[in-house]
Design a binder for this molecule. Structure first.
Ligand code: 5GP
Length: 197
């Protein structure tokens, strides 16, 4: 009989490696939370997405994203190499399928940080995935984050807020909701959900 240390839960024999999807409205702070998690736990594997967006200063190919051309993205999609993909703010983003499957098969937890359209596709293709919705502490806080420094024209801000309302309404589709009151707290909760700690 297997002996488990006191206070730990024995793993069920059919325990599957866990795929966790972090999603939520744009501007809610998903990437800040993920960056904090990885600082504390560099061993946590985060899928590197392909994108047609141009790199921002400091972003490295193969680390933050695989920066691809429109033609390369067309091929990735046509060849079925993406687990999911979506168009976001005029660019396409997708999760390379092979790397995710490889990690899951080797028993490692996998984290995807993707937009809502992508999360819905993962729900369809991998129903065992755990979908986590990152919610803002309040609507006012999301407005504050989305309007930023107030340098954008009111029309752009209005459009972003309209989109945010629709995005917030997606919350019931998710398995878990974490409220982003503190980056440290949310990162800790998410690490527990991803089975890293
Ligand atoms: P950004 O351009 O700011 O890095 O990302 C824009 C949005 O695209 C964010 O909401 C981010 O979560 C999402 N995103 C990044 N990678 C992927 C991906 O592979 N698939 C999908 N569906 N969304 C992604």
């Amino acid at each position: 009989m297997a002996v488990t240390p006191r206070g730990t839960t024995p793993e069920p024999p059919d325990a599957r490696p866990r795929l966790t999807v972090l999603s939520g409205p744009s501007g809610v702070g998903k990437s800040t939370v993920v960056a904090h998690m990885r600082k504390e736990h560099p061993e946590l594997w985060l899928s590197v997405s392909a994108t047609t967006r141009k790199p921002r200063p400091g972003e490295k190919h193969g680390v933050h994203y695989f920066f691809v051309t429109d033609e390369e993205m067309d091929k990735l999609i046509a060849n079925g190499e993406l687990l999911e993909w979506a168009e976001f703010a005029g660019n396409r983003y997708g999760t390379p399928r092979a790397a995710v499957i490889e990690r899951l098969e080797s028993g490692e937890p996998v984290l995807l940080e993707i937009d809502l359209q992508g999360a819905r596709q993962v729900r369809e293709s991998m129903p065992e995935a755990r979908l986590v919705f990152l919610a803002p502490p309040s609507w006012e806080e999301l407005v504050r984050r989305l309007t930023g420094r107030g340098t954008e024209p009111p029309e752009v801000i209005r459009r972003r807020l309209d989109v945010a309302k629709v995005e917030l309404a997606a919350e019931p589709e998710f398995d878990e909701t974490l409220v982003n009151t503190s980056v440290e707290d949310v990162a800790r909760e998410l690490l527990a959900l991803t089975d890293v700690v």
